[in-house]
Each structure stands twice: as C-alpha cells, then as structure tokens.
Ligand binder design. Structure first.
Ligand code: ATP
Ligand code: MG
Length: 197
C-alpha cells in the first residue's frame, strides 16, 4: 500500500473513532458479564479490579465457589487496604455434594454481596462464579436484578460464570464471551500454581 493511501485510510479511521468518542458522553458504573467455557473470566475480572485499585478506588470480591486451594489472587489481594475479599461460607465445591449446606452458604454469600451493592464507598464489586447460584437454583435471580438496578450509580460490577442467567444479561452493559478453543488440561497438563490457582 502506498504511503498516501495508508494516510487516507488512517484519516478515515480517525474520523470514525473520533465520532464514536464524541458520542460516548455518559459517566456511570457498568455491569460487566464475563461468560463462556474458555479460560480467562475470573482472571479478567481481577485484572480489572487491579486497574481500579491502582487508581485509588475501593473494591470488593465475593467468591461464590471456593476451590480447594488458597488461590494466588487471594494471597495477592487479601491484604490490600482498599479491598475486601469474601469467600462463600463453607464454600461450594464440586466435592461437597450437600445441597442444603450449599443453599445456606449461597444465601449467606448473597447477604454479603447485597450489602456491597448498597455501599456507595465501593467503586467496583466482583461477584465471581455467581452464575452457578442461579444454574443450580441456590439463589433467585429477581432480587439480584433489583439490587443491581438500585446500586450506587458510579459502582461497577463484574459477574463471572460459564453460563449467565438471561435476566442478568438483559440488564448488562458489557458482555464478553470467553470461548474455549483449546485448553492444556485436555492435553494432559495438570492444573498449575500461578496459572489455574
Ligand atoms: P481463570 O480463573 O483462569 O480466569 P475462568 O474463571 O475463566 O478461569 P472457570 O470456569 O472459573 O474459568 O474455571 C476455573 C478453573 O478451571 C481455572 O483454574 C481454569 O484454568 C480452569 N479452566 C477454565 N476453562 C477451562 C477449560 N476449558 N478446560 C479446562 N479447565 C479450564
Ligand atoms: Mg472463574
């Protein structure tokens, strides 16, 4: 491509981008959903949390599923002065297979999460793996939608999980699908410290 054509193309592109920037005039909190079967949902949510904390903002995390390990991200973030990190009660894991206990833990975690969604001092709230709570009917989605709608106007919320309930998708501002094309696990690579947890 000639230099001149390249320059014309970039000029047109800049005009389009400038126009889009001009039209984006609102400043408000957004609801972000990260879904799909691929690897990268929770780590994206926590990357955004780091971004927010880096700017001096305040945040909170509720982990609705407790894995078997103390994760690297928990060990990294837990002492941060502007962050609170909650891990759901006993912790739902694939291992417990005790529905009553899981429902109780889910509801207790929701009480915590609801308090965060009412707290105007929080700039960002991450509800990690919350989508499973609806999938297994551990929680009703309607009160969650209500709480999200009524949260402080500046508060950003990120919800992760492989499949996300339709009522949440209806009120989301940003939805990203993390698609699974390949995963090392299927080639026999063990879950690794620093990568999986
Ligand atoms: P990450 O925490 O790495 O961002 P995730 O939140 O997108 O992953 P989850 O569905 O929460 O993924 O799964 C949690 C764990 O399962 C992580 O350790 C992740 O590496 C692993 N995992 C995610 N996707 C896959 C997959 N397609 N196959 C096998 N393991 C996966
Ligand atoms: Mg996850």
């Amino acid at each position: 491509m000639s230099d001149e054509r390249h320059q014309q193309r970039m000029q047109r592109k800049k005009a389009v981008v400038d126009e889009r920037i001009r039209q984006a005039t609102q400043t408000r909190g957004v609801l972000i959903l990260l879904k799909g079967n691929g690897k990268g949902k929770s780590s994206s949510a926590l990357g955004t949390l780091a971004r927010s904390l880096g700017h001096g903002q305040r945040g909170a995390v509720v982990q609705f599923i407790k894995g078997r390990f103390e994760t690297g991200e928990y060990l990294f973030f837990r002492d941060h002065p502007r962050l609170e990190w909650h891990i759901m009660g006993q912790g739902f894991t694939w291992e417990t297979q005790d529905r009553t206990r899981d429902v109780e833990a889910a509801q207790a975690a929701w009480v915590t999460a609801k308090g965060l969604l009412e707290n105007p001092s929080l700039d960002i709230v991450v509800l990690d793996e919350m989508s499973y709570m609806f999938k297994y009917d551990y929680l009703d989605v309607a009160p969650v939608v209500e709480a999200l709608k009524n949260r402080p106007a500046h508060q950003n919320v990120i919800i992760t999980g492989r499949t996300i309930a339709t009522p949440l998708q209806e009120i989301a501002d940003t939805i990203s699908v993390v698609q699974d094309e390949r995963h090392a696990f299927r080639a026999g690579v063990k879950a690794q410290k620093g990568i999986e947890y």
